[in-house]
Design a protein around this ligand. Structure first.
Ligand code: SF4
Length: 585
């Protein structure tokens, strides 16, 4: 493993993943060996292992089961299915069975919201779970059957493309867009991209041409094009479809970027949950090399060398943030960097780097195909082109829908067969919660921006529980770097639990609002800044879902204060009335 990774400490995450897939977990012996071989303190190994959810510093079951805990999976019955499996396998949540055969736990979201409930087992995804399938899986695990021998249809994941426009609906000729780029020349590509006004599809909407220009202008011998394939936003799965069925466009978009900014190296950072896509992607990369679309002298152009490698994530949502992603690529815990410097001047390996979303790179191919001016005519003035939307929840037809920017929320709801809708959560857990009076709004950067998640909740749903699930998601995924987010998310989640337990009062609602404001204004990165959005939106628009849980009084403790003092009484040998709360005057 070390040889394959050139004993490069910057590949620590990849090395640990490979070591774990051999040994099952990162034992103290493995950690010490790696620290020695890679000449780094063992504390760094521990820090990395403890940061990533899919790296383990303690033994896990030979079958490692992780149920997707996204709110949509929950709505589809994932909690009952997990408990059923736990009963059958006689193992608690987060524990390993006594015989070491199986461990069962949850993970935030596996990117299968259109075909849940879903689980991962030893990095393989299984979707459309039912009680019957859980029983079959239990039997297979008890028999010790290797995953390769399990029925192949268990692992079948559909694209579910429901509506296609300029990206999903047009044919593609490999190399044509790249040839067009070469004809334009590097500056011509940047000019055409600027004319298209293409904006990043990851959510922030930064102009792609400006990003590329800044990187091209930075003084350096080496530059990188990085594809952010770490879509971890709950309710998002459209990049999964692009990676599965449109991968060549992603590669070609990266090659065009490499040509325009003078980069020879491309890296795809693929989320750990999409491990099953890695082998097919590698095969498609090899085919691209054979066609002369990657490698040396690409398309016969002397000196145009560009190739792509895939690096895997390991279960950390925050690595979707571009500087956290770069930290992860460099073998560190994925904590967002302080900016400036920005990645376009000092990114991966301290070199100028462009980080683009999967969908954005596909769009680059489209711009080259039809030209920047024609592209700018699609969509709206500030949001050109089309947008892929991942639709899930209470709809008749979940899946991926492509629309020109500017589409109304109601149009999407009509198309996916949603009825009696109470709310739509746009752009994942940190996005906007829209109520019916807002369904006339448009998906566009100038109105409702989105990275692509579109979760639908009908009137039978409890929006308090939706917001509670999102707050637990953020409490789990906060990287812990800054206090407002680390403490704010954890406190907010525990306040939501207190309200759920019927112990909340008006005081708790005020606290949630206050904490949300602190997180929004003081957190270091977008995760903390947006973590309180769903609570704020649902408090305002679905307040009865909170208020019907509140007690009449102003405040109630979430636990028994007197009982909590028992240990102190023992230590001080006191049992008199004054040592009890009710004894205090
Ligand atoms: Fe980490 Fe949260 Fe701070 Fe972002 S806001 S750096 S996720 S602790």
């Amino acid at each position: 493993i070390l040889t394959a990774h050139r004993k490069d400490p910057r590949r620590l995450v990849q090395i640990l993943r490979a070591a774990q897939s051999e040994a099952g977990w990162i034992s103290p012996e493995i950690a010490a060996f790696l620290a020695d071989e890679l000449c780094m303190p063992i504390s760094r190994i521990h820090a990395v292992v403890q940061f990533y959810a899919f790296l383990y510093d303690r033994p896990v079951g030979r079958y490692r089961v992780l149920f997707s805990d996204n709110i949509i999976d929950r709505m589809l019955g994932s909690v009952a299915l997990r408990q059923h499996m736990q009963r059958r396998m006689k193992v608690g949540r987060g524990a390993v069975s006594a015989d070491g055969l199986v461990s069962i736990d949850t993970t935030s979201c596996t990117g299968m919201g259109d075909q849940g409930p879903a689980l991962m087992i030893n990095n393989r995804q299984i979707v459309r779970l039912t009680t019957r399938r859980i029983d079959e899986i239990c039997d297979l695990m008890r028999d010790g059957a290797p995953l390769e021998d399990w029925p192949s249809h268990y692992f079948t994941i559909s694209d579910r493309i429901r509506r296609a426009e300029s990206l999903l609906g047009t044919s593609y000729v490999p190399g044509k867009a790249l040839a067009q780029a070469i004809e334009l020349g590097p500056q011509g590509v940047l000019d055409d991209l600027r004319r298209s006004n293409l904006r990043g599809r990851g959510g922030a909407g930064f102009t792609t041409a400006m990003k590329w220009e800044l990187c091209a202008e930075a003084e350096a011998e080496t530059r990188y094009i990085i594809c952010n394939a770490d879509e971890g936003e709950p309710g998002t799965f459209k990049d999964r479809v692009l990676l599965n069925s449109f991968a060549e466009r992603i590669f070609e978009g990266m090659a065009i970027g490499g040509y325009a900014i003078g980069a020879r190296h491309g890296v795809i950072y693929l989320r750990g949950e999409y491990d099953y896509l890695r082998a097919p992607l590698e095969m498609k990369l090899a085919a691209m090399r054979q066609r002369g679309l990657l490698g040396t002298n690409v398309l016969g152009v002397p000196g145009f060398d560009f190739d792509i490698e895939i690096q895997m994530g390991a279960g950390a949502y925050i690595c979707g943030e571009e500087t956290a992603l770069i930290e992860s690529l460099e073998g560190k815990p994925g904590r967002p960097r302080i900016r400036p410097p920005f990645p376009v001047t000092r990114g991966y390996n301290d070199m100028p780097s462009v980080v683009n979303n999967v969908e954005t790179l596909c769009k680059v191919v489209e711009v080259m195909r039809i030209g920047g001016r024609a592209y700018a005519l699609l969509g709206t003035k500030q949001s050109t082109g089309s947008k892929l939307i991942s639709v899930s929840g209470d709809v008749a037809r979940p899946g991926v829908y492509e629309y020109p920017f500017g589409v109304r929320i109601q149009t999407v709801l009509d198309d996916c067969g949603a009825t009696d809708v109470a709310a739509v959560q746009i752009s994942g857990a940190g996005g906007m919660t829209l109520a019916p009076h807002e369904f006339g709004r448009r998906i566009a950067f100038e109105d409702v921006p989105t990275s692509g998640a579109f979760m639908v909740f009908n009137r039978s749903r409890d929006m308090f529980e939706v917001a509670r699930n999102f707050m637990h998601f953020f409490a789990h995924e906060s990287c812990g770097f800054c206090t407002p987010c680390r403490v704010g998310c954890a406190l907010s989640a525990s306040i939501m639990d207190k309200i759920a337990a019927g112990l909340g009062a008006q005081y708790e609602l005020n606290e949630l609002t206050r904490l949300g404001a602190v997180m929004r204004t003081s957190s270091h990165c977008g995760l903390g800044q947006t973590a309180g959005n769903a609570v704020a939106d649902t408090l305002q628009k679905f307040r009865p879902d909170y208020e019907r849980r509140l007690m009449a009084g102003d405040f109630a403790p979430a636990f028994d204060l007197d009982a909590a003092l028992e240990r102190a009484r023992q230590v001080t040998s006191r049992e008199d009335a004054q040592a009890h709360l009710e004894g205090v005057a």
